[in-house]
Design a protein around this ligand. Structure first.
Ligand code: HEC
Ligand code: HEC
Length: 281
């Protein structure tokens, strides 16, 4: 009863704002906004990513509250509101970042979209289906080839290496525009979250580049496998990497010095002996 009342209230409120009684079609603009700024952390009906699954959010909390939260998450959390505290706890302390340019009107439209999509059997924001199968060496290899641009992406997106490097691509000199991705797998908290991130990269630099050249599910799985392998291999410790280079370098220099010394000593002898002999005469 309470739920249906709340739903009705939401529909009226949202409908009122949208200018119609029960606005069921959400504008493309709102869909696009959700896809580019929210889908990397939220699914609707596809489970939790960094943020909670938003399916049924409007049944858990009223629309106005949610819209205010979307505009300023930190404010809602700092106010001590118990629902916000609960969300924060479930997100293990990760606070939803404020979204640039968010207004209450836009947030209301997003809440409306969440409501409409929640009512569907399968929302278009259920998230990409990434297989749960164990990752293999072949996946890692494919991922590396895609990353380095040795294999092309189906939709023609640019190779990751043009902007990123990971430990091990040093020889190729990866790009510096984006961060080093060696630890991205752990930074973005694993397979599902990284996959969702790659399906709709929220980064300002990557988004326009991959917007019309989305990576497909297999490509994402391969890249995830590759980044998992780089995260697990980690960075070589200082006692291997640079130091052994230094030791090899010093040994090399010493070897060359000894060799020169031997050569020059002979030469000197060869020059000096006749000279000394000549003087002595
Ligand atoms: C970087 C990840 C991230 C992004 C991007 C993000 N959120 Fe969130 N969102 C969270 C987290 C985490 C929470 C849980 C509350 C907290 O800990 O701050 C949350 C909570 C919410 C809630 C409350 C959920 C509930 O169950 O009541 C709504 C609604 C929401 N977000 C909508 C959005 C919308 C709409 C966008 C895009 C404009 C968005 N979020 C973008 C991480 C994110
Ligand atoms: C045009 C340059 C460019 C290309 C191409 C590019 N990226 Fe990025 N990427 C960036 C930038 C810049 C950032 C940092 C953006 C930010 O923090 O807002 C980034 C961030 C990331 C992150 C998040 C890192 C983190 O620790 O938060 C991941 C993961 C990532 N990129 C993966 C990829 C993959 C995989 C590819 C290839 C499919 C790729 N990128 C291609 C520029 C690029």
């Amino acid at each position: 009863m309470r739920t249906s009342l709340r739903r009705l209230a939401t529909a009226l409120l949202v409908g009122g704002l949208a200018g119609g009684a029960f606005a069921q079609d959400v504008s493309e603009e709102t869909v696009e906004l959700f896809k580019t700024t929210c889908a990397s952390c939220h699914t609707i009906g596809g489970g939790r990513l960094a943020g909670p699954d938003l399916k049924g959010a409007t049944e858990r909390q009223d629309a106005k509250w949610l819209a205010a939260f979307i505009v300023d998450p930190q404010k809602a959390i700092s106010s001590g509101d118990p629902y916000a505290q609960q969300l924060l706890k479930e997100a293990r302390g990760v606070v939803m970042p404020p979204v640039a340019g968010m207004t209450l009107a836009r947030a209301m439209k997003l809440v409306e979209l969440i409501e409409v999509e929640s009512g569907k059997e399968t929302s278009r924001f259920e998230g990409i289906k990434i297989s749960d199968r164990p990752l293999t060496e072949a996946d890692v290899d494919r991922g590396r080839r895609l990353f380095e641009g040795r294999d092309a992406f189906v939709e023609g997106g640019p190779a990751c290496i043009s902007c990123h490097q990971v430990e091990g691509t040093w020889g190729f000199g990866g790009g510096r525009l984006g961060p080093d991705l060696t630890d991205a797998f752990s930074r973005l908290e694993g397979r599902k979250a990284l996959a969702a991130w790659l399906a709709a990269p929220p980064a300002a630099t990557m988004q326009p580049v991959y917007k019309d050249a989305a990576l497909d599910g297999d490509e994402i799985l391969a890249l995830v496998a590759y980044m998992k392998s780089t995260a697990e291999a980690g960075r070589p410790g200082p006692e291997r990497g640079p130091l052994s280079f230094l030791i090899a370098g010093i040994a090399g220099v010493v070897g060359v010095l000894i060799a020169f010394d031997i050569i020059w000593r002979r030469r000197f002898r060869a020059v000096r002996r006749p000279l000394v002999k000549g003087l002595a005469r």
